[in-house]
Ligand binder design. Structure first.
Ligand SMILES: [Zn+2]
Length: 223
């Protein structure tokens, strides 16, 4: 029998390769974590290990204060932010952080990505909001993520002058949100080059998002 923690180590390790596949990370930047179901524990990437050397065994098991419970390496330098999110948003089962290019271009300007495409209304249900400028080293990044995303439809926040944090019901959903965030940040950026993207009426955003979450295909299971 494979334990739930071993399964999660495998899943979180494999999901890091999706960040590479979708071109969301360079060098050792970026990280994925996943909450251990029913326990006050999560699994996260080790700090400073190249993506092609990540294996289930190198993943770090932490408690919700960010302390290492099991692992041979130091955990990701963003562990405190992930831990803060898990402590304060009990429905969240996965967290992802990237410095993906187009999303960071918006973060660098401190500008939210407006909801101007139906696919964005589906996935995000709103603009992708800007979180506060926050330095690494204490709870301020985690607090900024939670304060921005609590009660917001978007599973992604652009932390000002920094990068993307996404949340999901599990680690896979958070990775999907990170992939989609970069995709819409890129498209809306390109649209801006030739003019002003047209807004979508709030009623239409609401109904698109409602349909996507509740009616459309297998999406509810996939989120
Ligand atoms: Zn970062």
């Amino acid at each position: 029998m494979t334990s739930p923690i071993d399964l999660l180590r495998r899943q979180v390790s494999d999901l890091h390769q999706e960040l590479v596949r979708y071109d969301l990370v360079v060098w050792t930047a970026g990280n994925v974590s996943g909450r251990v179901p029913g326990e006050d524990l999560f699994v996260i990437k080790p700090s400073g290990v190249p993506y092609d050397e990540l294996t289930p065994d190198t993943m770090i098991l932490c408690d919700l204060d960010g302390n290492v419970v099991e692992g041979d390496h130091a955990p990701s330098s963003d562990t405190a932010a992930h831990a803060y999110v898990y402590r304060h948003l009990p429905e969240v089962g996965g967290v992802v952080h990237t410095h993906s290019t187009y999303a960071c271009a918006w973060a660098a300007r401190g500008e939210a990505v407006p909801c101007v495409l139906t696919a964005m209304a589906d996935e995000f249900g709103a603009e992708i909001p800007i979180g506060p400028f926050a330095l690494i080293g204490d709870d301020s990044i985690g607090r900024g993520i939670v304060d921005t995303l609590r009660g917001h439809r978007s599973p992604a926040v652009l932390m000002k002058s920094h990068g993307v944090f996404t949340i999901g019901r599990d680690a896979k959903a958070a990775v999907k949100a990170a992939v989609m965030c970069e995709d819409v940040a890129r498209t809306v950026h390109i649209s801006r080059q030739l003019g002003q993207p047209l807004p979508i009426a709030q009623d239409d955003i609401d109904s698109l998002n409602h349909r996507y979450r509740n009616v459309y295909g297998q999406q509810r299971a996939a989120r």
